[in-house]
Design a protein around this ligand. Structure first.
Ligand SMILES: [Zn+2]
Ligand SMILES: [Zn+2]
Length: 176
């Protein structure tokens, strides 16, 4: 997917967090380790038990934004998410490309996570419309996705779900 025109690749982290299963013991730590390119190198990934809860709450808020059906709902939920953020942006080129990071580099890992997720998601919503965040329409899948298609026509989280649904619809037609 091309996020270049999306102002923020950080929305990718928001989607990954919303779709992660954070319930099992240690799941939040595993998520942080798998996405450590988003955090300042050397940031401690030690979490207090309450931190795991907070990460799960952030994930639920991202999902709540995706499920919102009106701009009013989106505003309320997005502002709830933004209230958890502690933005202090800075410019960096650690990967060769000049870009912004939203959290101060020495912030604790959870603050970096929450801030990056809230700011990245808000950027996309504000610049491209709240309908761009959706929940997969495939049966048995409730993954969140961001719609980067030109005409905002996306309904599924992945090609797998899209083709699975096409096949199911075809079979349903054959039956009737
Ligand atoms: Zn970066
Ligand atoms: Zn799906």
């Amino acid at each position: 997917m091309d996020y270049d025109t999306y102002g923020s690749t950080a929305v990718e982290l928001a989607i990954a967090l919303a779709n992660a299963d954070l319930e099992p013991d240690g799941a939040v730590s595993r998520f942080l380790a798998a996405h450590d390119e988003w955090f300042t190198p050397g940031t401690s990934q030690d979490l207090a038990p309450s931190d795991a809860r907070k990460a799960a709450d952030t994930a639920l808020l991202v999902r709540a934004v995706a499920l919102a059906e009106s701009q009013d709902d989106v505003l309320t939920r997005l502002n709830e998410l933004l209230a958890l953020a502690r933005p202090r942006p800075y410019a960096t080129d650690h990967d060769g490309e000049l870009h912004l990071h939203y959290a101060r580099p020495d912030a604790p890992v959870l603050e970096q996570l929450t801030t990056t997720v809230a700011m990245g998601l808000s950027q996309v919503m504000v610049q491209h419309g709240w309908q761009r965040l959706g929940v997969c329409s495939a049966e048995g899948c409730d993954d969140v996705y961001v719609d980067t298609s030109r005409n905002a026509s996306r309904r599924y989280c992945s090609n797998t779900c899209a083709s699975r649904s096409t096949v199911a619809a075809y079979r349903a037609r054959q039956k009737s």
